[in-house]
Design a protein around this ligand. Structure first.
Ligand SMILES: [Zn+2]
Length: 403
């Protein structure tokens, strides 16, 4: 054990979220030593022999890893509350679409918005997540669908990480919807995504991953495969929205390209879960969209469990199908709607969410990991996913700094 360190958090119950004999990887009466932004020791207080420059008494409270929200669309302009109201006043989707509603309205508003306005609204949403303990956040583009707006969205997303104590991962989601300019010509649009936008995104290092919406109302598997091929050639990770509304075998296709994650997966068959296992792909569950769209088809949780496929849970924060800036509410929904255990749900917003982003240095409390930590005044970790809007961290460390 190192003898000296910057900082020591002691007198805490630690939910390391590591697999082991104890639920939540719990260490009672523990301490965490931090040096230079990283965890250098985790263990019982009795065995701790470091000499810290600064000590923090955790008062017997619970210490958990900072949460990871691994699937959001939180950079956008406008909102769709008017459509929500129209729908509940009896108007059909068709009538709403005819009045310029749906994703079209978000694309129009996002194209028109200044980077400053986009950033201001994104900061408000990201701050709500931070207050609930999120320290790493994925943000997708996909509301511009033209070169300039997609670049603008990704730049704004990256700026969030310099404005807030938050680590940002960015994903280019060009194949989200067909823009008006390409109406009737999805192949032409995929050409544009692959030949014009993706090389630029890669050249400017604006995104870590590329995502697609593989669905009858999105893009076909063949079109998605063109995007995956281009992503692999450019050295970008692959992620995919698949099997949300129907089974197009998008998950199998994404797994063929070693996708980091396949997301939604309500219509994934139990048989196809084996492809996720083989390619080490994370199953990302988005119960917020399931709830908001009043879906009934549930993801194949039993099969995912049986195959030991890691399950992550995310907010899918977006204006159309999941306007929910609360990772803990989504973890609660994963328990209530999909029957995850509280431990599975908490692993879903920590260790497995980090894996869905290709990150192994967070989401767990272990030597060598980033010191992104939250202290909670709770009697048991399950409380965090049991109560809705009742808990916020009483202290939060980001990269070892108390913020
Ligand atoms: Zn999404």
């Amino acid at each position: 054990m190192p003898k000296q360190c910057d900082y020591l958090i002691y007198n805490v119950q630690i939910a390391t979220m590591l697999d082991g004999s104890e639920p939540y990887g719990t260490i009672e009466n523990g301490c965490v030593a931090i040096d230079n932004g990283s965890i250098i020791y985790v263990g019982e207080m009795d065995n701790c022999e470091v000499t810290p420059l600064t000590k923090f008494d955790g008062g017997g409270n619970w210490l958990l890893p900072g949460f990871v929200d691994c699937h959001t669309h939180l950079v956008y302009a406008g909102d769709r509350a008017n459509e929500f109201e129209m729908r509940l006043n009896g108007q059909s989707y068709q009538q709403i679409a005819e009045q310029g509603g749906g994703i079209k309205s978000t694309v129009n508003a996002t194209r028109k918005a200044s980077p400053e306005a986009l950033l201001a609204s994104a900061i408000a949403r990201a701050t709500a997540l931070i207050h609930e303990g999120v320290s790493t956040l994925e943000v997708k583009s996909g509301y511009g669908l033209d070169l300039d707006t997609e670049i603008k969205m990704l730049q704004v997303a990256n700026t969030l990480g310099t404005e807030l104590p938050l680590n940002i991962r960015t994903t280019y989601l060009g194949a989200h919807a067909l823009p008006l300019e390409y109406a009737g010509d999805p192949e032409g649009y995929i050409d544009f995504v692959c030949h014009q936008v993706m090389p630029k995104v890669s050249e400017l290092s604006l995104a870590d991953s590329v995502d697609v919406f593989c669905e009858s109302i999105g893009f076909s598997p063949a079109q998605c495969e063109r995007v995956f091929k281009t992503a692999k050639n450019l050295g970008l990770n692959v992620k995919a929205h698949v099997e949300q509304l129907s089974d197009l075998k998008g998950a199998k296709l994404a797994c063929d390209y070693h996708a980091l994650s396949v997301d939604h997966i309500e219509y994934l068959t139990s048989e196809d879960v084996v492809y996720l296992k083989q390619s080490n792909t994370v199953a990302v569950l988005l119960p917020g969209a399931f709830y908001f769209l009043k879906e009934t088809q549930k993801p194949p949780i039993e099969a995912l469990r049986a195959q030991q496929v890691p399950m992550a849970v995310a907010t899918d924060l977006n204006p159309g199908s999941s306007p929910i800036a609360s990772i803990l509410t989504c973890a609660n929904m994963a328990c209530v709607l999909f029957e995850l255990t509280p431990e599975e749900a908490l692993k879903g917003i920590t260790v497995h969410a980090a894996k869905a982003l290709g990150l192994d240095d967070r989401g767990i409390i272990k030597a060598g990991c980033r010191a992104d930590l939250c202290l909670w005044d709770i009697s048991h970790p399950a409380q965090l996913v049991y109560g809705i809007n009742q808990y916020n961290p009483i202290k939060r460390w980001f990269g070892g700094q108390l913020v």
